[in-house]
Design a protein around this ligand. Structure first.
Ligand code: SAM
Length: 218
């Protein structure tokens, strides 16, 4: 079973996503176990302080190193071989091939979600990979962590089941986008399903699908 732990100031954001659909099924079937670690619990003093102003000046607050280190070390104690991932726009852009290799690996993951203007850079000393979900800035690392967790967990062998095959999905070869698909009815508001798809001719259908799979603009 893969253990996935998340260090976050907003554990409640994960409840709906991790307890629905495929993520819920993956837990129920014992493929994955999620652990949410509330950074606030490692805050300093009676106010459980987790942030402070940046040295050198500037707007906003940064996550302090002491609570971050304590939370990540607690997660490591739960799962000593887990790989630590820091969510950051400065990280490696997340790709389907990375999701596949993370799903195949036989260790767990600890996600660190930044907030405010970010985090004290010294946390990087505990991190194995810095990861970005794209060239834009989000309010916190929670949505990136959820996106990455979903992309990994659905690829853990046995999780997708017969409903879908990851082998013919978009990006499964690193660059090709899946062909368009249709379901019943064959005609809807004057829009018809391409004749070839209802022809029953499997060779022609395969060719149509190949012709209509595009290379992603990467
Ligand atoms: N000041 C930072 C900068 O300019 O790069 C942005 C901080 S952002 C408001 C707060 C946190 O959200 C980041 O520390 C990171 O954890 C997360 N985050 C925002 N955008 C992200 C992205 N594209 N990929 C991964 N994490 C992201």
């Amino acid at each position: 079973m893969k253990k996935i732990q998340v260090v976050t100031l907003f554990p409640e954001m994960f409840e709906g996503v991790l307890n629905s659909s495929m993520m819920w099924k993956a837990q129920k079937e014992g493929a994955v176990e999620f652990g949410l670690i509330n950074l606030r619990g490692y805050g300093i003093g009676p106010r459980k302080q987790v942030d402070d102003t940046p040295y050198g000046g500037g707007d906003g607050m940064l996550l302090k190193p002491e609570p971050l280190f304590a939370a990540v070390e607690a997660a490591k104690a739960n799962d000593p071989t887990a790989k630590v991932l820091l969510m950051t726009p400065r990280g490696q852009r997340w790709k389907q091939a990375t999701a596949q290799s993370y799903a195949d690996a036989d260790h767990g993951y600890i996600f660190i979600c930044g907030r405010y203007e970010g985090y004290d850079e010294r946390i990087v000393s505990l991190v194995d990979e810095q990861v970005s979900v794209g060239d834009y800035v989000l309010t916190g690392g929670e949505l990136p962590a959820m996106t990455i967790i979903d992309s990994i967990v659905r690829l853990i062998p046995g999780v997708l089941g017969g409903e879908s095959s990851a082998e013919i999905e978009s990006f499964s070869d690193g660059e090709t986008l899946e062909f368009p698909q249709y379901t019943k009815p064959a005609e809807f508001r004057d829009m018809k399903v391409p004749d070839v798809l209802i022809s029953g001719n499997h060779a022609l259908i395969a060719k149509w699908r190949q012709d209509n799979s595009f290379k992603a603009d990467l």
